[in-house]
Design a protein around this ligand. Structure first.
Ligand SMILES: Cc1ncc(COP(=O)(O)O)c(C=O)c1O
Length: 441
């Protein structure tokens, strides 16, 4: 597959043009190791196209991605899935659709609601792994769709633990009720290339974001916004452009362009190999570790249920040279990707073996305080932009949440902006080590 952005940057770098344009480093490096990156880092010069008005090399590369994912159109983002979520919700706002969301959203969603003045009808999942993961009741989805005509269903899948929602069933329900179906697939850019595609667009979603940087060899910040109906592309460019930087990084876009070649030529083989290694890894520890049901590359360990403290285990992994994606008393997430090789799994297996020996047995109980939807007092936007103060969590009962410091990215908001913090919220905040909260004054 061709790589128009990468080729353009390489050619420009080799031509030794006198750069009388931004960025200010003018192709000169200030760190020897990064010299090549500085030479390739440019702005929208002649021939380089422009992300939000793409009609040249960026458009060509986006079209390559769309063909690989078999979707109507793809937009590049150099601002991660965050910019894609803003764009997707912006498009839904332009259509005046009401937002129904399954509650385990990333804070990028909540911030977009603030920016766009959106209010949300929440669907609470049935929580199984603390506030990280839950199962969605389809009857609740159908009720919400029936009660809110002209809506949009927003779902985060895979969630942080790798659990996948029933996307096909949700798509069918949405389309039956005339709703759009938007999926936060930040953790699932690779899902299209599994032996049977589990990618949201293949399963019927109308649009989704993929953080290419999470699961593919893209630089941090690189993401795709895929859409089934390509007529949405201009609207999504417009809404992404409302919030994103006007200087998107060409290095990031180049890495998305190179991902195209990787996906066209290599990813399926790499996934096949990794699936074998991951299966063997899970098998090797099946008597000692309890895993969460998830898509394969999220190896999520139920630490408390396996009989140890996840934070202590993660500390021991670190001692032996492995760093995990996430660790809490209850849960440890080892996030693998198609880029891992056999030797990584051998090394990981040995490190897990030694860490298990070092980690003390513990009868620590999994956190079992299911979140309950708090009462809403104000709109998300009004609360997030109101005058506020930070107070200790012990004094928070009865106060309206303005903004919280969440323990890890895409968990259920214990209380979202505008909701009244109750006793249950306080208990959950404390159990996640959150000691203060920002409330409306
Ligand atoms: C589920 C989910 N959605 C959205 C995001 C935001 O993605 P990005 O960091 O690519 O902007 C994240 C990041 O952690 C995430 O986990």
């Amino acid at each position: 597959m061709n790589t128009p952005i990468y080729d353009f940057l390489q050619n420009y770098s080799k031509k030794n043009t006198l750069r009388c344009h931004m960025p200010g480093h003018h192709g000169r490096h200030i760190s020897e190791e990064l010299s090549e990156l500085y030479r390739l880092d440019i702005t929208e010069i002649s021939g380089a196209d422009s992300l939000f008005e793409a009609e040249g090399i960026i458009l060509e590369s986006e079209e390559n991605t769309a063909a690989l994912y078999n979707c109507g159109a793809t937009l590049f983002s150099a601002g991660g899935s965050t910019a894609c979520i803003q764009a997707m919700l912006g498009a839904m706002r332009l259509e005046n659709r009401h937002i129904i969301a399954v509650r385990n959203v990333h804070r990028a969603f909540l911030n977009s609601c603030v920016l766009l003045g959106l209010d949300v009808t929440w669907i609470m999942p049935d929580y199984t792994d603390g506030i990280l993961s839950g199962v969605v009741d389809m009857a609740a989805v159908e009720n919400a769709l029936a009660e809110n005509p002209h809506s949009c269903l927003y779902v985060t899948s895979p969630d942080y633990t790798g659990r996948i929602a029933d996307i096909s069933a949700m798509a069918e329900l949405c389309h039956r009720y005339g709703a759009k179906f938007v999926v936060d697939n930040a953790h699932g850019a690779h899902l299209h290339f599994l032996p049977k595609s589990m990618h949201p667009i293949s399963l019927g979603a109308d649009m989704c974001c993929d953080s290419a940087h999470k699961m593919l060899p893209a630089l941090t910040g690189g993401a795709f916004l895929h859409v089934k109906d390509k007529r949405y592309k201009p609207i999504l460019k417009q809404t992404m452009g409302m919030f994103a930087s006007t200087s998107p990084s060409y290095l990031i876009m180049m890495s998305l362009d190179l991902c195209n070649r990787y996906m066209a030529e290599k990813i399926r083989g790499d996934i096949e190999d990794n699936l074998r290694y991951i299966r063997d890894f899970r098998q090797r520890f099946s008597n000692r570790l309890i895993f969460t049901e998830s898509e394969p590359f999220h190896i999520t360990i139920k630490a408390a249920e396996s009989g140890f403290d996840g934070e202590e285990f993660a500390e021991n992994l670190r001692k032996y040279g492995a760093e995990c994606e996430y660790a809490h008393k209850d849960t440890v997430i080892l996030l693998m990707s198609p880029m891992n090789i056999r030797a990584d799994y051998e090394r990981l297996g040995n490190i897990v073996e030694k860490s298990l020996e070092l980690t003390r047995k513990s009868d620590i109980k999994p956190l079992n305080i299911p979140p309950v939807l708090p009462v809403k007092a104000m709109s998300i936007r009004a609360a997030a932009l109101a005058e506020n103060e930070q107070i200790p969590i012990e004094k928070a009962t009865g106060r309206i949440c303005a903004s919280v410091k969440v323990p890890c990215p895409p968990a259920v908001p214990i209380a979202a902006s505008g909701e009244i913090i109750d006793e249950n919220c306080v208990k959950i905040f404390k159990s996640y080590g959150i000691s203060s909260v920002i409330v409306v004054k």
